[in-house]
Design a protein around this ligand. Sequence first.
Ligand SMILES: CC(C)(COP(=O)(O)OP(=O)(O)OC[C@H]1O[C@@H](n2cnc3c(N)ncnc32)[C@H](O)[C@@H]1OP(=O)(O)O)[C@@H](O)C(=O)NCCC(=O)NCCS
Length: 227
Amino acid sequence: MVPGAQVESLRLGFPARVRHAGLGVVRSPCCATSGGCCPCGAFTQGAASQRFGARCTLMNPTIPTSVVQVDWSREAIRSGEWSPGKRLLRSIRDYQRHSGARLTARAARGWAVLRHRFWSAVAGADIPLNCCLGGGLLLPHPNGVVIHPAAQVGPNCLIFQQVTLGTRGRPGAPVIGAHVDIGAGAKVLGPVRIGAHAVVGANAVVLDDVPAHWVAVGNPARVLQRR
Ligand SMILES: CC(C)(COP(=O)(O)OP(=O)(O)OC[C@H]1O[C@@H](n2cnc3c(N)ncnc32)[C@H](O)[C@@H]1OP(=O)(O)O)[C@@H](O)C(=O)NCCC(=O)NCCS
């Protein structure tokens, strides 16, 4: 895809532009402990994977840009914009960026924690500070969004209001692939994997894996091929 080209699908109506800048993924505590949180959904070892290096098993020129290229412009806050979702996300990004024991890092983390609490209350969302969230996440209406700390979200995803990414009372949280759109009120529960470019319909309850590019709708969700 050429620089500035439109992400190939505007499935739930939110346009996004791909920028050829900022190849990095945000380091989060889960990335630090598990070795690497590969933005294409493959979890690999070593710092190289975080820069989309050779160990990324899904690295392939045929993969659309939105899978491997984080579009940070989706999280950018325009001046004067009222966007609790973006503010909440920014507090999480700032918290995760400032690691280390230095006084400045600790102060920055403390400030991020305060902002996170404020925007969580405003948004009515429960998204932990140590969540593994790929870059380019859109939270247009963050109210009621609940994400389990062990859940993992790939880059360039879109999560609407009242979405839960959680467990089913036993260990195992969802792993959401790249460029996945999750409709309002959807629940993704347990150790399920949602493939890249999949769409989860409004109010779906997803208990099983969803293949890449497929659509999951209903309760319990059934998967449909994209038209
Ligand atoms: C899932 C979704 C993307 C599917 O859109 P689509 O590709 O145009 O699919 P279609 O409308 O052709 O529907 C395909 C089938 O899925 C069913 N379906 C679609 N959305 C559904 C939903 N949310 N729940 C249950 N079934 C649904 C349709 O009834 C149809 O069933 P059928 O084949 O038995 O007739 C869309 O319906 C959706 O839910 N989008 C979420 C939008 C949202 O959350 N907006 C919030 C804005 S604030």
